[in-house]
Each structure stands twice: as structure tokens, then as C-alpha cells.
Write a protein that binds this ligand. Structure first.
Ligand code: SF4
Length: 370
């Protein structure tokens, strides 16, 4: 079994009661079977509280005003305090560590939805490094992957590798790179749709050689229409937290409500502000890059399970674009952007989109159709 992790993965430490936006509130926390069995047998008054505070049919903790029933007024977990760390269920033990499983490969990331993880991800100053290790003793334990398409998976990994190389070396701004990667994924998708699976190798090879005969000019004129359309779609999705409504309303008010010409002027003014100071522009590009790599690693190879290569790439690219729109709106509101703004808006987006399967599915369908 191969394992892949970003090089900062093991440095994560939960700050619990100091967290600006605890993960123990705002969403349902599902409990694994083993923990349910254990909670059912804890003795004494705390055992009774446990049993009374679990929705046994759903297998989830009850909530009180959207906070987990065990989250106390100091934002600390009473299960942790009373029974120790080992008593936490799998969801609470693992979060924000995220795992994607493939045949022979387990990929780990930290979830962008945790403020501390978001700060680590966006605070990386170098090009992202993923560390691969191998442990053959685990091979027998590896889950059986029926119908796993190893050819497609190898192609997806190859495509991701050439994208990472291009991302690192190409002399191009991030916006242009993202537009190119979308078109690259579209070429791969068309091979799938035509059932010309081996053609994907040619598409990857020509990308690697710097040949992009299929690449068109970025459609800057359509930016307003596209961004507003994506915004409208995201506005209609399920919302997990009230704060997200405020963020979305602020975005509409600052960027879209006054029409295309006003939007264009805001973008121009923002770009001028970015270019005033070299470090500011470099930070903007670096944060965009870290976001893209995060989404690329979280989603792209998952296309092995449904063949939706294009929509996986679109999810990665459009997530970066949408978060950058949130940054732009924050700049319009405040006239500046701090590292705290970058972190906060990224984790808010991730909480709403990445932690709701209906939202993720709806977005993927939207990208597949658009
Ligand atoms: S969101 Fe992250 S830092 Fe905050 S309580 Fe949860 S795991 Fe800890």
C-alpha cells in the first residue's frame, strides 16, 4: 500500500477551546458502530447522559442550538474531558484529517474547513510537497476494490503529475493556468465520452510536451456572466450555517448587484491594488496556488469512480475562483485583505460546500452540464 500526505500533515494540532469556529457545532456528527456500542455501555451518570444525548436511529449526537450536546460553554468536549481522547468517535478523532481510498493508494489531506488546517494550508510559502511512503505489510488488509479501473486511475495520477509540474514551472499567471487545466480535463473527458480510453495517454503526453492545440483564449468578457451564474447556483444550495448567508449576501451586494460595468471596474481596481506591492501580488498567487492544489488532490483522482473528469477539475478550479470572488468582495468592503481574511473565507466555503454531499453533487452536476 502506498500512502500520500502533504508534508505538513503531521504538524496539525487541534486548538479546541481556542478555536474561532469549532467543528463541534453547525453540522450533524455521525457516530461509528464501535463507538455507539461503547457509548451504550458506559456506566454511571455520564453513561446515562451519553445514551440520552444520542439519536440512536440516526447514529448521531443530538444538538442544542446547532451545537453538539457534548460541547460545553468553554467550547470543550465533555466526552473528551470525562472519558479521555480514546472515547471519541471516529468522526471526531479523524477530523480534520481526510482520507481518499484507491486501490493500492491511500491519500491523506487536512480539511480546509478547519480554521487551523486552513491556516496551515494557506500559510505554506513553498510549492506544495506530498510525501509518499509504502508499507507492504498492509497490503493484505487493503480493501478489495471490485471493478477498480486501474488504467484510468494511472492516467488520472499521470495527469495530476503533469499539472503539478506545469503549475510549478510554467511562466503564466494562475488564472491562465486554471483555464488551461479546465480545457485539458475537457480533452480527457471527451476521450472517455468517445470511449477512446487510450487516447487519454496522448492528451497527457502532448500536455507534458507543452502542446495545447485545443487551448482557446481565456474568455475574460464572459467572466461576469459565469461568476454570477455560479454564485446564483451556490446561493440555492443547502446552507449549514447562518454566517454563510451573510457572506453570500455581502458578495452579491459588493460585486454583482450593480451590474457588469461596476463589476469590471471593481476587478480593475482590485488588480491595481494587488500590483501596487509585489509581496501582495505574490501572496495572492501563492494562496490561489495552495487552494488549487488542495482541491486538485481532494477531488481529481476520484473521477476513477464515476468517469467525471471534467466536473472534478471544474470543482477544483471553480472553487478557487469562487473563493477569490469572496476575497474580492471582502476587499471591496474593507479596502484591504489580511491573512485572516484569506483563511476565514476559505474555511467558510469549505464548510458549506465540502461537508454537504447534496451540495457537492449539485455542483458537480452543474459543472458537468455547463
Ligand atoms: S475546527 Fe479544527 S481546530 Fe477547531 S475544534 Fe475542530 S479540529 Fe479543532
Amino acid at each position: 500500500m502506498r500512502y500520500l500526505k502533504p508534508d505538513y500533515f503531521e504538524d496539525f494540532d487541534c486548538i479546541a477551546g481556542e478555536c474561532p469556529d469549532t467543528c463541534c457545532a453547525g453540522w450533524q456528527i455521525m457516530i461509528d458502530e464501535e463507538s455507539l456500542d461503547y457509548y451504550g455501555e458506559v456506566e454511571g451518570a455520564f453513561g446515562k447522559r451519553l445514551r440520552d444525548s444520542i439519536d440512536w436511529q440516526e447514529g448521531a449526537f443530538y444538538q442544542c442550538e446547532k451545537r453538539c450536546a457534548f460541547l460545553n460553554e468553554k467550547d470543550l468536549c465533555d466526552i473528551y474531558t470525562e472519558l479521555g481522547e480514546r472515547a471519541l468517535c471516529q468522526t471526531c478523532t479523524n477530523y480534520p484529517r481526510h482520507v481518499e481510498e484507491f486501490e493500492g493508494l491511500r491519500e491523506y489531506t487536512l480539511s480546509l474547513s478547519c480554521p487551523v488546517a486552513a491556516k496551515m494550508i494557506l500559510g505554506q510559502e513553498k510549492f506544495p510537497v506530498f510525501v509518499e511512503t509504502q508499507d507492504d505489510s498492509e497490503d493484505e488488509l487493503a480493501e478489495e476494490f471490485e471493478d477498480f479501473d486501474i488504467l484510468l486511475f494511472t492516467q488520472l495520477e499521470d495527469a495530476r503529475t503533469v499539472i503539478m509540474k506545469h503549475l510549478k514551472d510554467a511562466d503564466m499567471c494562475l488564472d491562465d493556468k486554471l483555464a488551461l487545466y479546465l480545457q485539458f480535463a475537457k480533452q480527457m473527458q471527451e476521450c472517455i465520452d468517445r470511449e477512446e480510453y487510450f487516447e487519454i495517454d496522448s492528451v497527457i503526453r502532448s500536455f507534458e510536451e507543452g502542446q495545447f492545440p485545443w487551448a482557446g483564449e481565456p474568455a475574460e468578457m464572459l467572466r461576469f456572466v459565469h461568476r454570477k451564474d455560479l454564485f446564483a447556483h451556490i446561493y440555492d444550495l443547502e446552507r449549514l450555517r447562518e454566517e454563510w448567508t451573510e457572506v453570500l449576501d455581502g458578495l452579491e451586494e459588493s460585486l454583482y448587484a450593480k451590474g457588469e460595468e461596476a463589476y469590471r471596474q471593481q476587478v480593475e481596481a482590485f488588480e491595481g491594488w494587488l500590483q501596487e506591492v509585489q509581496d501582495r501580488l505574490a501572496q495572492w498567487e501563492q494562496i490561489g496556488l495552495q487552494l488549487f492544489v488542495f482541491f486538485l488532490y481532494t477531488y481529481f483522482c476520484g473521477a476513477v469512480y464515476d468517469d467525471w473528469i471534467y466536473s472534478k477539475m471544474a470543482l477544483a478550479v471553480e472553487s478557487v475562483r469562487f473563493i477569490r470572488e469572496l476575497y474580492l468582495a471582502r476587499w471591496v468592503e474593507k479596502g484591504e485583505l489580511t491573512q485572516e481574511d484569506y483563511v476565514e473565507l476559505a474555511y467558510r466555503y469549505a464548510r458549506e460546500i465540502e461537508h454537504s454531499d447534496p451540495n457537492l453533487n449539485a455542483l458537480e452536476e452543474y459543472f458537468a452540464e455547463s
